[in-house]
Design a protein around this ligand. Sequence first.
Ligand code: MN
Length: 229
Amino acid sequence: MSDFVIAPVATPSLAVEGTSSRFPIRRVFCVGRNYSDHAREMGHDPEREPPFFFMKPADAVVAAEGNITYPTLTEDLHHEIELVVAIGKDGVDIQPEDALSHVWGYAVGADLTRRDIQAQAKKMGRPWDWAKGFDESGPSTPLVPVSKVGHPAEGAIWLKVNGVERQRGDLADQIWPVKDVIAYISQSVKLKAGDLIFTGTPAGVGALQVGDVVTGGIDGLSEFTFTVA
Ligand code: MN
């Protein structure tokens, strides 16, 4: 028996690699610009700007496999390959030196973006939600627990479309490393177990077409392949 007036809403979740267990997703925070080469390609000076954040709905995160649906309202769907951090322990005002103790695991995700809608939003001073928060906009690999992968701080992060490399960077090139990102977010809200953080993308973002096969990975962590359908 339940007091809910409709069937209780399903909890979005990600698989945990190598197990039948799942990680429940609470919120999804995303870092706006976190690699200087990508900040420059989008027309910004990475030396002068503190980090900023936007969000996706929890159920925008889906398994990066099989078919991912090309969204409506865009003719310029972009790929952004990103390290995804899963928070396993609540915290407010977390200090950078304590921040990694709040991480449960890591995954590789794509922050899919309606770039034309985003450009219009920037021009008109409007929110990014319609550009960033559509259905299936956060395909991600299963999570790998810290007990297996540690805290990856360097290593190639890359994305290929139909076998052709589009993006390549290194985690070591993040302007704000994971510990700083966690510290910043926890100054604004209470970070909670179940929260995910998409930590930004290196240069080379570009358009996807229906039928494209997208492969992305972080060396030493994980990789995915999906088809745009
Ligand atoms: Mn992004």
